[in-house]
Design a protein around this ligand. Structure first.
Ligand SMILES: [Zn+2]
Length: 508
């Protein structure tokens, strides 16, 4: 008997008074269609993992902390006991593949203006200089007023060696547009961009946004762009000595045919950042196949979360990440258990618990850049993220539908498993917010196949609620019905894609 249909039947039967009636009559089908012992056991296993991983003792699983050590020790032991072997394919680093992160935050800056060759003091609270690199400097660069530069047509010569003076003049919510204009000016040869905050943004707001630390893989090249911001009043005062006024120039900038205006001003700008190195790890396990030369299937879930994320007097300081993503690594672990118990597959199956997803999918990028096998041998990758959302019997969505060659086979497996797949690509709205996206950038076909996005409003409610807050914890009951369905589906999907006869290797 197929469980999927039975579940639907019981759902209908349980509505309203039917429940009492059916139970009173001792109706066989209703009772026999209740979650089986195996179903309940699977949910209990998932719950047990989540209760450990999202406990306060694990301190929110922040990369580079004791919380990481506890998380990796727990998962490594579970995976070893299940029967996986190390999947790093690196005898020097079994199981744990090192990932080195660099965290950068602004450390200091200076701006010195020269008006017609004479120094002009601008108070430190009127100007701000930022860099994406370790230390960036431009010395005595002439200023070129470019207005809003909304449709800039500059020659490289015009901008080269100069600092472009750009009018902000837009609401804070439009600031991505400003950064696009800044980047364009830099790409066209400007040494730096000095943005005049003549709109709604204050210097404090710009500064507050940038105090947040930026993260990168240690081997990534450091950007060295210089961005400076100055208040409107300070800019107006600076220009007094040049024979022009900011008001006149701002006006001129709105007229058709406006051309950039060189100012009788130059500036020395310097900004530095402080760097912290964080040593963290991806955990990689493997279930060896009979025919490893035929390729591999990859299953992944991020283990990391935000650690201590609030400050006193708040009572709950830990972002435990019960749903995000203790639920995902729990599901990953239970898929591993099921696959390890079954017959050996053709292909190797890799299990990857990534680090630093929350810092920008960094662990997944690190895996793809330094993979334990040639990436083109990965036939399919399935990411598992925040799956404790939907109840038992919910429909599945493919996050990344239409972006890989996997969809047809996924639909076949869903049919065979009597699982419902929602049509359409609505869930793709979230495709960039998960580790699969990092793999797609490296041409690894990666999707999420999950009940969590089957009804997108449920996921939205989570995003609007406990998501990335201390309340994503064990203080309320976990919905694990859909997560258990995800485990069954992912187990079937992995068996299908690990079958070299049914799914031929990629042709190059
Ligand atoms: Zn998250």
């Amino acid at each position: 008997m197929n469980r999927g249909k039975a579940r639907l039947a019981i759902r209908a039967a349980l509505k309203g008074a039917m429940l009492t009636l059916a139970l009173a009559a001792g109706a066989g089908p209703v009772l026999s269609a209740a979650p089986s012992k195996a179903d309940r056991e699977l949910e209990e296993r998932l719950r047990a993992h989540i209760q450990v991983l999202a406990s306060d003792e694990f301190e929110g699983r922040e990369p580079g902390t004791e919380g990481e050590a506890k998380t990796l020790r727990y998962l490594g032991k579970e995976w070893f006991n299940i029967g996986l072997v190390s999947g790093t394919n690196d005898p020097g680093h079994e199981w744990f593949a090192p990932v080195t992160l660099i965290a950068r935050e602004p450390a200091g800056y200076a701006a010195q203006f020269l008006v017609k060759g004479r120094r002009f003091a601008v108070a430190k609270d009127q100007v701000l200089v930022l860099t994406s690199g370790k230390r960036s400097l431009v010395r005595e660069a002439p200023l070129l007023f470019v207005g809003k530069a909304s449709s800039p047509e500059f020659t490289r010569n015009e901008l080269a060696g100069r600092v472009a003076v750009l009018l902000d003049g837009v609401a804070p919510e439009d600031s991505p547009e400003v950064s696009a204009r800044q980047n364009q000016l830099l790409a066209q040869g400007a040494s730096a961009v000095l943005t005049v905050l003549d709109g709604q943004r204050s210097l404090e707001q710009v500064s507050a946004r940038r105090q947040r630390t930026g993260y990168a893989l240690s081997q990534e090249t450091l950007g060295g762009d210089l961005e400076a911001f100055i208040t409107r009043d300070a800019m107006a005062a600076l220009m007094k000595g040049t024979g022009r006024t900011l008001a006149d120039l701002s006006n001129a900038a709105t007229q058709p045919g406006f051309v950039p205006v060189p100012l009788d001003l130059s500036v020395t700008l310097e900004a530095t950042t402080q760097e912290t190195t964080i040593r963290t790890h991806n955990l990689i396990g493997k279930l060896p196949g009979r025919r490893p030369e035929s390729g591999a299937v990859l299953l992944l879930a991020h283990w990391d979360h935000f650690g201590i994320c609030a400050e006193p007097p708040a009572e709950d300081l830990i972002c435990n990440g019960a749903i995000d993503n203790a639920s995902g690594v729990a599901a990953l672990t239970e898929v591993a258990r099921r696959l390890a118990r079954g017959p050996q597959m053709d292909r190797d199956v890799y299990f990857l618990a990534t680090t630093a997803e929350e810092l920008g999918l960094i662990g997944a990028h690190a895996f793809a850049e330094n993979p334990p096998l040639p990436p083109d041998q990965i036939v399919a990758a399935f990411n598992i993220d925040s799956v404790a959302i939907a109840p038992r019997g919910s429909p599945f969505a493919i996050v990344g539908r239409g972006m890989t060659p996997l969809d047809t086979q996924i639909a076949e497996v869903a049919r065979a498993e009597r699982m419902t797949l929602v049509p359409g690509s609505e869930a793709n709205e979230f495709v960039k917010r998960q580790d699969g996206w990092a793999l797609l950038q490296h041409d690894i076909p990666a999707v999420m196949v999950t009940t969590a996005y089957g009804k997108i409003d449920r996921m939205r409610a989570f995003f609007d609620g406990d998501y990335h807050r201390p309340s994503d914890d064990l203080s309320h009951p976990l919905e694990l019905g859909g997560a258990a369905d995800d485990v069954r589906m992912l187990t079937a999907l992995t068996r299908r894609f690990a079958d070299a006869r049914r799914v031929p290797a990629k042709t190059k």
